[in-house]
Ligand binder design. Structure first.
Ligand SMILES: [Zn+2]
Length: 281
């Protein structure tokens, strides 16, 4: 079986390969940033993904879990803002820079929640800490007087991406169907069921929700307008690849365009180039 390089320990190698500027990983600096009253993001540059924390008097709900190696530091940072236990961890998708902490969170009694497709991918990749709750299209968690809504609108970065909407805060945790900043462009995980055409349809569904603030899968906290821009950029990327492909451009020329205009690095190329060439033929 071909192993997904964005999952498991090999993501670490891919990461080190990507940029010497980030070669301090996995001793990556985490920080906890307040989004509003009861909501925080445990943030770092680039990889692993953002973790959103909702603090309530019935416990803490997290969206995503970074790598297993980040668990202790995450708990330390959470301890600076609450003494409540972690009760839920929602995985936006199966990649281990978002689900790697699952097994350790399970050991302290947290329930792990993901889409059925994401769970399937985790089983397929032998990832530890499998979700014990799954959803197909929609589910809610009620905790500490707050409602947390999870939506599955279709494939995007993978075929198991869910977004988590916090209506009281008009805030969305988007997972990797929206990454923000040049360092983390669209990564289309074709092996994991990702697809560039489905991606923008899925974003169209998400953009109907009433949020204003967005916590991207990777990158700084931002706005719905930036998510809209990301959607447009994904449409342009698709159009560019299709046009070049129809004009007879070579694989190398298209790769160079993706590198120059869309900041694709080796990781995006390895996971997405063959797929987008086939999809946009
Ligand atoms: Zn991912």
């Amino acid at each position: 079986m071909k192993k997904n390089i964005w999952s498991g320990a090999s993501v670490l190698l891919a990461f080190l390969f990507l940029s010497s500027a980030h070669s301090q990983f996995p001793a990556v600096e985490l920080e906890i940033v307040r989004v509003n009253d009861d909501m925080y993001v445990i943030h770092n540059e680039f990889v692993p993904g953002n973790v959103t924390a909702l603090i309530t008097d019935e416990g803490v709900l997290l969206v995503d879990a970074k790598f297993e190696a980040n668990y202790e530091r995450m708990m330390e940072l959470l301890g600076t803002v609450t003494d409540q236990p972690v009760r839920y961890v929602i995985n936006t998708h199966y990649h281990s820079d978002h689900s790697g902490g699952n097994a350790l969170f399970k050991m302290i009694g947290a329930e792990i929640v993901a889409s059925e497709q994401a769970r399937y991918r985790m089983v397929d990749d032998n990832l530890p800490g499998l979700p014990n709750f799954t959803l197909e299209e929609y589910a809610r968690i009620h905790i500490g007087g707050k409602v947390v809504e999870m939506y599955y609108f279709g494939a995007a970065h993978t075929d198991g991406d869910v977004v988590v909407y916090f209506p009281e805060y008009r805030t969305l945790a988007a997972g990797d169907m929206f990454t923000y900043g040049d360092a983390t462009p669209q990564l289309i995980d074709y092996r994991g069921g990702g697809n560039a055409t489905a991606w923008t349809k899925t974003l169209d569904g998400v953009l109907q929700l009433g949020f204003e603030t967005v916590i991207p899968g990777h990158g700084e906290i931002t706005t719905k307008a930036e998510m809209q821009n990301f959607r447009e950029s994904t449409v342009r990327l698709r159009t560019r690849v299709r046009e070049m492909s129809r004009q007879g451009s070579s694989r190398e020329e298209i790769a160079a365009m993706l590198r120059d205009e869309y900041h694709w690095q080796d990781l995006m190329m390895d996971m997405g180039l063959d797929g987008i060439l086939a999809e946009m033929r």
